[in-house]
Design a protein around this ligand. Structure first.
Ligand code: NAI
Ligand code: MG
Length: 350
């Protein structure tokens, strides 16, 4: 279903409301993007439980076709049904569109938390490593699970591609430094190839973007002791999964953590959080994470001014207007937040 036909300056994009709090926060985000004058022509498609209801599949063919055509999507959280043989929708999307880069920026939004003025970006390789899940058991005696074996796969080309992405991101966004995070002291082949390729890519940016290296465990400690030393961090799939949650924790948790999945064939923007069934339908979900994801989407299509206006508006609503949802200690509803942000954007445009 197309809400508005793409005109000459319009950018067609797939919009997946998703499950649980998805439709509520997506509604808030489309109101705010309209107030910004963002030129997206939304093609609304279903996924998750809504996809099963509509087409018997959590990732219906029409939804995939729409993303394939538009190469751009904003997605609410999707409930992955437990059991029933459904594979994770997120993994299917990553594989289908070869979304090799997972971008997770984290910035302090509300002062007074444990850490002030955090502004760092984690770039996670999204397709390789231990996530290929080549796993099996070897039975011994009467124990069928006596030995578990898992093989990770990292390719030189995959490592080059993700590190190049991190450096290009740094160049495009005025960042100073990229940190390569690895465990090449122990996993000499699996993460050694990442480090080797990363150093090689870094040489092409010498004099423009600084590069340093950390072993992942030391990096975790240093992120807690002194997060301000980091700028852009690039790492393999599993380490990126763990460190990006650590980093989200530094800035106040899930309600404010956006993510982007980027590949050559498409880019899909979403919140890091899930469908929050415990608060769905109550109108109290925090739309900030999905709003920040929409900001990444504006950055991605080159609408930097609108992205900046969106982020400034969010800051103003949270800090100056003191409009916050329950997860951030306030009592405002999703719609109160959207209305306050629309108001801020309208007053800054006049
Ligand atoms: P969740 O992120 O949905 O919720 C965890 C906790 O955080 C809950 O207490 C929830 O109320 C709260 N929360 C999350 N987002 C919030 C927001 N915007 N505002 C205020 N509070 C918020 O994680 P959970 O419960 O583990 O997963 C629920 C479902 O979501 C599962 O089916 C899971 O598979 C799916 N999921 C989907 C993701 C995606 O589509 N990218 C990512 C993570 C989970
Ligand atoms: Mg994770």
């Amino acid at each position: 279903m197309t809400i508005s036909a793409p005109g000459s300056n319009q950018i067609p994009a797939t919009l997946i409301p998703g499950d649980g709090i998805g439709p509520e926060i997506v509604d808030a985000v489309t109101q705010v993007l309209a107030a910004l004058g963002a030129p997206f022509a939304w093609d609304v498609q279903q996924g998750g439980l809504a996809g099963i209801e509509a087409a018997g599949d959590p990732l219906p063919g029409v939804t995939l076709d729409s993303i394939r055509k538009n190469k751009l999507a904003l997605k609410g959280p999707l409930t992955t049904p437990v059991g029933g043989g459904f594979r994770s929708v997120n993994v299917r999307l990553r594989e289908e569109f070869q979304l090799y880069a997972n971008l997770r920026p984290a910035r302090t939004l509300v002062p007074g938390g444990r850490f002030e003025n955090i502004d760092l970006v984690l770039v996670r390789e999204n397709l390789e490593g231990l996530y290929v899940a080549f796993e099996h058991y070897i039975p011994v005696g009467d124990d069928p699970h006596a030995v578990a074996i898992s093989s990770g796969v990292n390719t030189r080309e995959g490592a080059r591609r993700i590190v190049r992405y991190a450096f290009e991101y740094a160049v495009a966004h005025g960042r100073r430094k990229v940190t390569l995070v690895h465990k090449a002291n122990v996993l000499k082949a699996l993460t050694g190839v990442f480090l080797e390729a990363g150093r090689e890519v870094a040489r092409a940016y010498e004099g423009r973007i600084a590069c340093d290296e950390r072993i992942v465990d030391a990096c975790a400690m240093q992120l807690v002791l002194n997060p301000w030393q980091f700028d852009v961090i690039v790492t393999t799939n599993l380490f990126g999964d763990i460190l990006s949650d650590l980093i989200a924790g530094l800035v106040g948790g899930l309600g404010a953590a956006p993510g982007a999945n980027i590949g050559e064939k498409a880019a899909i923007f979403e919140a890091v959080h899930g469908s929050a069934p415990d608060i769905a339908g109550k109108g109290i979900a925090n739309p900030t994470a999905l709003l920040l994801a929409a900001g990444l989407m504006l950055d991605h299509v080159g609408l930097t001014q609108q992205a900046t206006a969106l982020r400034r508006g969010i800051d103003a609503v949270l800090i100056e207007d003191n409009v916050r949802t329950g997860d951030l200690g306030g009592s405002s509803s999703t719609q109160d937040f959207a209305a306050a942000l629309v108001q801020r954007i309208a007053s800054s445009r006049t």
